[in-house]
Ligand binder design. Sequence first.
Ligand SMILES: [Zn+2]
Ligand SMILES: [Zn+2]
Length: 525
Amino acid sequence: MTTQLLPGNPPVTVRVGLLEGYERVTFRCSGRYRIETRSGELLREADSSELKWRLLREKSTPTRFLYSVLVASFQKRDEAMALAEQFEEKGFSSAMRQIGGPIEIEGQVIGDNTLYRVQVGNFQEENDARELLGKLELDYAPRLVREVLVQASGKLELFDQSLEQHYESTDGFRLVPEETTARMTLFGVRMNSGFSYEPMEDRMYSGMIEFYVDHEGDIAALTEIPIDTYLRGVVAADTNSDLPPEAMKAQAIVSRSLVIATKTVKHLNDPYDLCAHVHCQIYSGVTHQSDSVNEAVTATRGNILFHNGSIVDAHFTQVCGGHTEDVQATWMTPPMYLGRGVPCDCTGTMDVPDLTSEGGARRWIQSRPKSCCNLDGVDLPAGKSFGRKHFRWETTLLRSEIEEILLTKTGIDIGMLYDIVPIRRGRSGRLMEVDILGSLSNLRIKRELRIRRLISHTALESSAFLVEVLCDSQGNPMELVLTGAGWGHGVGLCQAGAARMASDGKRAEEILAHYFPDCVIDKRY
Ligand SMILES: [Zn+2]
Ligand SMILES: [Zn+2]
């Protein structure tokens, strides 16, 4: 399917999953929309109306999946083949899957995100795959993956409020705007906040919207929009509208590069490239548009980060804590750009100890180094929201609380928790591997995000932390005090540091040159 681009629109579009898992959806169109089935059969000519529509799901059948355990991904086919063969020799069924491919803009290849994934096991039941995952956990950083065996199907029914118009389709519906000012409001969109009380909001979108039956057999919606329309939405959600303009521009370039570099390898089972939640980036359409964000996206139109002629999968983090982290230390998927962590240093005078050593990490986390993202005494509006309280933080958890969290999240009962022992730290002091010592069993946890999630009800602010165990009079552990630095994975652009640099008069190019050494900005559309 192609979308006709209006003159002046970028040559890159993104398909964004807006919602999933609804039994009914209510929406209102404002402006001219035509209604088609998803395969393009015209159901209703465009006319200008403010009609409110309701969409219902008739009976449906959910998707059937095959489950397996992803153990590693490689950029080189040979390496993936070799590992897959090793598993075969040990008696596991294993498969190599190729994902991604060349990345093109206007017929020009600007990078390649091809990956060869090694998947072990092949199960119709998710629990069987989970069991295997548990066994592979010590030697790999495994992840459960699923692939569609039989796609969900079902019938959707669309009617207007006055019940004068009624359409049915087993193929889903597509609403296509025929003027640039047309907007659609979806009522009661769940914000997927992760809280048990699910907040909802009405969200307004520009661009084509498709409704279809999702994997659960419920109603889902997606939109296909020019990338800059998407960026206006996500940069507004990810940053403060009171960020200095040059920091906003740097963020727009980073987000644009990341989206183009990774959109084809994120949602392999879905009819869209990116979801509208934190997993990809929060997208709420034109609901929360801000002029300053729109200006930053427009001013950087087509600007993409490159390294050695290849697009950079550029990441960003809220507060690095004083030093950014190596890309390859953080993700199990090989990155396209092997960015090394750098001191988040505005003055070039900061003294950084070796943060991979326990002594160095301790001195660092217990002090407040004068890094860009240390906003002590800096009068920056953005500092209020993400700077100060996350630069250094402390949280106390009951021993029993952590035991319960571990049991809930891993299914493993470690007995009485004795200690959390650092095994390996990355360049920014972030823990990449820890041992959790218990009376019944010990647990080795790898990867910074997994560490942050398993020692917290939600997730710790970062994995750059120190552990102090407080014991009762008998010497039994009672509480664990975690003292930490930074907020987020620490890779790429430090948003708080960028805000500081911009307020000190640095331009977006200079900010990006600092966090992405040896990279250049090139305008490609
Ligand atoms: Zn996603
Ligand atoms: Zn920083």
